[in-house]
Design a protein around this ligand. Sequence first.
Ligand code: ATP
Length: 191
Amino acid sequence: MRRIGLFGGSFDPVHLGHLLVARAAVEEAALDRLFFIPAARSPFKPDRAPTADAERLRLLRLALAGRPEVELDDQEIRRGGYSYTIDTVREYGRRFPEAQLFYLIGADHVPTLAQWRAAEELARRVEFLMIPRPGQPVAAWPPGFRGRALHGFPLGVSASQIRERVRQGRPITDLVPAAVAEAIRNYHLYL
Ligand code: ATP
């Protein structure tokens, strides 16, 4: 049975924290394939419209280039509107009926799981892989959810921190892949 990992998020922008999550999940959970799935819009971030889809996708393509273990899936962007994980997970269930599905999640999101749409069905369909995030206590799984914590390579970088640094004119070298930093500069993003 194939093991497929799903990694959803705003990726605004993608950063090294995300790439290290992916590296850890592929290795520690022995995933055969891992998909990065950028949300059109997160129901948990209603106050901030994300950067244009095309720009976030451009940065993701640059970040994932040359990494055969990870793939980009733009289905949530194509659907548009608020993105609900259950819709995406159902689609993977149809596409890979024989596969075992794993959903990657940072420790900060674990306490919110019970509020995700169709939480019971989601808990049935996927096993969660939690990556520790510095400064975030390791939360217990809400009742009904199956998951395990990975060791990962805990790194306290966040997309909001990257956006803030760009606005302040501070370097983001070594926090995002070089090609991503260059594109952020060239396309005048996050100013
Ligand atoms: P923002 O700062 O804008 O809220 P973010 O850096 O948390 O963004 P998202 O795109 O919202 O990034 O995150 C997608 C997923 O990746 C979430 O499950 C989040 O918890 C996880 N994640 C993001 N950064 C890290 C990190 N440094 N370590 C572990 N998990 C992370």
